[in-house]
Design a protein around this ligand. Structure first.
Ligand SMILES: NC(=O)c1ccc[n+]([C@@H]2O[C@H](COP(=O)([O-])OP(=O)(O)OC[C@H]3O[C@@H](n4cnc5c(N)ncnc54)[C@H](OP(=O)(O)O)[C@@H]3O)[C@@H](O)[C@H]2O)c1
Length: 166
């Protein structure tokens, strides 16, 4: 089973979602939609709230797996894709394995990336080649453990990088 990180961040690691970059400018959001289509996607409780509050979006054909120690308190709109919750990483991986999904995507935020990165086999990173100011950072990772499979400019200062664990 592949465990794939999907993240979008600035040169200095600041996660783009925390910068208030509108998602239609965020090329990472386009990559997210392309690579996670029809797959399970793990997100933290904060990011889940952000997506629900953003209103109708084109997230269909995904199963959102929310990592939280709590119950989801608020109602989830009918237009939102299916959601399930788990309180530990191991419970999520057991569920994904039992459901025979070949791949699970991990879409943040910061703590969720930290929890899954040691287990991840791929990383889809959309990088904007500028430094930014923000509160949320992508997790530090050891470049010697990863090889670049794809590295290409996709728009302006935006690059898409696909890494696989060595
Ligand atoms: N650019 C990008 O690619 C990207 C991607 C994702 C997020 N973001 C940005 O990052 C920010 C949100 O990230 P965040 O780090 O603040 O929040 P988050 O990771 O979305 O959610 C944090 C919550 O998730 C739960 N959680 C996280 N790790 C857990 C673990 N190991 N076990 C159990 N529960 C766990 C906890 O919820 P409970 O307190 O309910 O237990 C925790 O309070 C937003 O600004 C968002 O836009 C950007």
């Amino acid at each position: 089973m592949e465990i794939s990180i999907v993240a979008s961040h600035a040169e200095n690691g600041v996660l783009n979602g925390s910068l208030g970059i509108p998602c239609h400018f965020d090329k990472g959001f386009e990559v997210f939609k392309r690579v996670t289509s029809c797959s399970p996607v793990v997100i933290g409780e904060e990011l889940f709230r952000t997506l629900v509050n953003r209103g109708p979006s084109s997230f269909e054909c995904r199963l959102f797996i929310v990592l939280t120690k709590n119950e989801i308190r608020d109602s989830v709109p009918e237009s939102f894709p299916p959601v399930c919750t788990f309180s530990t990483v191991s419970d999520i991986l057991r569920f994904v394995y039992q459901q025979s999904f070949p791949e699970v995507f991990v879409a943040g935020g910061g703590d969720v990336y930290s929890s899954f990165l040691p287990l991840a086999t791929k990383m889809h990173i959309t990088l904007v080649r500028e430094n930014s100011i923000g509160a949320d950072y992508f997790v530090d990772w050891d470049e010697s453990s990863w090889k670049t499979v794809i590295g290409k400019r996709i728009f302006g200062d935006w690059e898409y990088l696909l890494y696989e664990r060595v």
